[in-house]
Design a protein around this ligand. Structure first.
Ligand SMILES: Cc1cc2nc3c(=O)[nH]c(=O)nc-3n(C[C@H](O)[C@H](O)[C@H](O)COP(=O)(O)OP(=O)(O)OC[C@H]3O[C@@H](n4cnc5c(N)ncnc54)[C@H](O)[C@@H]3O)c2cc1C
Ligand code: SF4
Ligand code: SF4
Ligand code: SF4
Length: 458
C-alpha cells in the first residue's frame, strides 16, 4: 500500500490557477500533460496551454498535482520503491530486461517489442486494472488520450506518436466513472510524474479511480503537432499524414514509414525548432517514478523493448505475463549502460538562471563561485556534495569551502548528506539585512569622518 505524500504541506502560500499560470504556463514550462484540466472542470485546454474558463476557488489541486511544480521525488521514490537498487540517473529499479510480445498481431502494430500493449492487456485480463489511459491518434496523426476498457482499445493505442498529448485529461473520465476502480496510465516521464503525484496524494477516494499501474516511455523530447506533422511531414516531406503507417526516432534519425511501403528520413536535429518548450529543461529520460519504464535505447533489434522494472508490482506483472506465455524476456546485460548514458546526459538539462541575475547577486559582494553554486543547487532541486561538484565541474574539496560559506550565510541548509537551497526571497532578505547592518556600522563612524572634513574644509 502506498502512503500519501502530502504535496501541499510544504507550501507557505495559497496555490491557485493564478500561481500555476504565473510560475508554469507563462514561463513556458507547461508540458501539456492535461493534469490540471483532468482534475478541475474549471480549466480547459486550447491545444497548447491550459486556460481558466470559470471562477477559481483556490483549492490548489491543479497547482499541487502539476508535474512542473514542486515534486518530492526523493520522498516518493523511497515510499514507492522500498528496498530496490538505485543507480544515479536511472533511479530505483529491480531489474532491466529486453522483452518482446509473443503475439504476432501486437508485434505488427507496436512501436518496438509491444511490451507496453502486452502488459496492459495482461493487467486488464487478470483484473489488476479496469482500464488504462493511453494515447490514440486520428487518421491525420493528431493524438488524443483514451480511457481504454478493452484489449481492442489498448491495441488501438499501440505505436509512438511524437506529438504532445494531454493524457491526464482522461483522468476526468476515471473520476466520473464509478466502474473504473483501478486504472493504468502510460505516459512520458513528465506525465508519469503527474500520475505518481495524483496516486500518492489522491484527490478522490482511493477505492474509486485508484492509479494502480504507471508505465513510462523513455523520452528525449517531444514535438508540437504544427511543427512535426504539418510543417515537416506535410509541407517539407510532401507526405499526407493520413498516408503514414508509422513514425520512429532512432539513432539520430526521424523516420516516416508510409502505407505504400516508402521510408523517408530526416536528421532529428532538423526538428529541434519544433520541440515542446518544456523539453529543453526536462531532466528525466526514463520516467524514474514509473512502475516500469520502456524504450528502445540499448536494443539491437528494434522489435524488442528495453524495460526497467522498478516496483515489486511491476516485477510481479512482468513475471506473470511471462508465465502466461504472453511475453519473452532476456537479460539486457551491459545494454543498460546505453540507457544510463542517455539518462545522465539528459539529467544535465536544467532550467537556466539568466546571466544578469548572476551579475546582480555577485554585485552584492558575494563571491561569484558561491552564487553559481547556489543557483545550480536551486535548479537541481537540492543535491549531495558529490552531485553538485559534478554539476559545477569542481573538486569536492573546493566545493566544501563554498558550501560552508553558503551555510554560514544562510543560503542553504544541510539535511543528512543533502544540501537544500534557501528560498530566494529569504536569501534576498538575508542579504538586504546584512547590507543594512553594514551601512548602519558605517553611519556610526560618520561623525569621525565629518570632523576631519570640517576641520579641513570648514
Ligand atoms: C514522444 C516519445 C518520445 C520517445 N523517445 C524515446 C527515446 O528517445 N528513446 C527511447 O528509447 N524510446 C523513446 N520512446 C519510446 C518508444 O518509442 C516506445 O514507445 C517504447 O519503446 C515502447 O514500445 P512498445 O512496443 O513496448 O510500445 P507499444 O506496445 O507500441 O505501446 C505504445 C504505448 O505508447 C503510448 N503512447 C504513444 N504515443 C504517446 C504520446 N505521445 N504520449 C504518451 N503516450 C504515448 C500509447 O498509449 C501506447 O500504449 C519515445 C516515445 C514517445 C511517445
Ligand atoms: S478551483 Fe482549484 S483546481 Fe480549479 S483552477 Fe482553481 S485552484 Fe486549480
Ligand atoms: S504541466 Fe500539466 S498540470 Fe501543469 S500546467 Fe501544464 S497541463 Fe497543467
Ligand atoms: S522531454 Fe520531458 S517534458 Fe518533454 S515530453 Fe519528454 S518527458 Fe515530457
Amino acid at each position: 500500500m502506498t502512503t500519501a505524500v502530502k504535496l501541499s504541506a510544504v507550501l507557505n502560500y495559497t496555490p491557485s490557477f493564478e500561481l500555476l499560470n504565473k510560475w508554469v504556463i507563462e514561463k513556458q514550462l507547461c508540458c501539456y500533460c492535461g493534469t490540471c484540466a483532468g482534475v478541475c472542470p474549471r480549466i480547459g485546454l486550447d491545444g497548447k496551454v491550459p486556460r481558466l474558463v470559470d471562477y477559481c476557488s483556490e483549492c490548489g489541486n491543479c497547482y499541487n498535482h502539476c508535474p512542473q511544480t514542486y515534486t518530492p521525488v526523493k520522498k516518493i521514490e523511497e515510499k514507492v520503491f522500498p528496498g530496490t537498487n538505485k543507480e544515479g540517473a536511472l533511479g530505483y529499479y529491480e531489474k532491466c530486461v529486453f522483452a518482446q510480445s509473443t503475439d504476432k498481431n501486437i508485434l505488427s502494430i507496436a512501436q518496438n517489442g509491444g511490451l507496453v500493449t502486452t502488459l496492459l492487456i495482461h493487467a486488464l485480463e487478470t483484473g489488476m486494472i479496469d482500464g488504462a489511459i493511453v494515447t490514440v491518434a486520428d487518421k491525420d496523426w493528431m493524438p488524443r488520450p483514451l480511457l481504454a476498457r478493452t484489449p481492442e482499445e489498448i491495441k488501438k493505442a499501440a505505436g509512438s506518436k511524437y506529438v504532445m498529448s494531454p493524457i491526464m485529461l482522461a483522468y476526468r473520465l476515471v473520476i466520473n466513472d464509478p466502474t473504473v476502480k483501478k486504472v493504468a496510465i502510460v505516459g512520458l516521464p513528465c506525465q508519469v510524474k503527474a500520475a505518481r503525484k495524483l496516486q500518492t496524494d489522491p484527490i478522490i477516494p482511493v477505492e474509486n479511480g485508484k492509479i494502480e499501474l504507471i508505465i513510462a516511455l523513455f523520452c528525449h523530447r517531444n514535438f508540437s503537432y504544427e511543427g512535426l506533422i504539418l510543417e515537416t511531414v506535410k509541407k517539407k516531406l510532401n507526405i499526407d499524414p493520413s498516408e503514414v503507417k508509422k513514425f520512429d526516432i532512432s539513432k539520430g534519425k526521424f523516420m516516416v514509414y508510409t502505407k505504400d511501403g516508402r521510408q523517408v528520413e530526416l536528421p532529428v536535429k532538423d526538428l529541434a525548432k519544433y520541440s515542446w518548450s518544456s523539453c529543453s529543461s526536462c531532466d528525466d529520460f526514463t520516467g524514474r517514478l514509473a512502475d516500469i519504464s520502456v524504450g528502445n535505447a540499448g536494443v539491437v533489434d528494434t522489435n524488442w523493448s528495453m524495460a526497467i522494472i522498478r516496483s515489486k508490482k511491476g516485477l510481479d506483472l512482468l513475471n506473470d505475463a511471462v508465465k502466461a506465455g504472453k511475453l519473452r524476456v532476456t537479460e539486457c546485460g551491459d545494454a543498460i549502460n546505453v540507457v544510463l548514458k542517455d539518462a545522465q546526459k539528459k539529467a544535465e538539462r536544467r532550467e537556466k538562471v539568466s546571466e544578469v541575475l548572476y551579475q546582480r547577486f555577485s554585485e552584492l559582494g558575494v563571491p561569484s563561485e558561491d552564487v553559481r553554486a547556489y543557483f545550480t543547487l536551486l535548479t537541481l532541486g537540492g543535491a549531495s556534495s558529490a552531485e553538485l561538484s559534478k554539476a559545477l565541474n569542481i573538486s569536492v574539496t573546493e566545493l566544501d569551502t563554498i558550501l560552508s560559506r553558503l551555510l554560514e550565510r544562510g543560503w542553504l541548509t544541510k539535511q543528512e548528506d543533502y544540501y537544500i537551497p534557501t528560498r530566494p526571497s529569504t536569501v534576498i532578505r538575508i542579504e538586504a539585512a546584512r547590507l543594512n547592518n553594514l551601512i548602519k556600522k558605517v553611519l556610526e563612524e560618520e561623525s569621525e569622518l565629518e570632523g576631519i572634513y570640517a576641520r579641513k574644509f570648514g
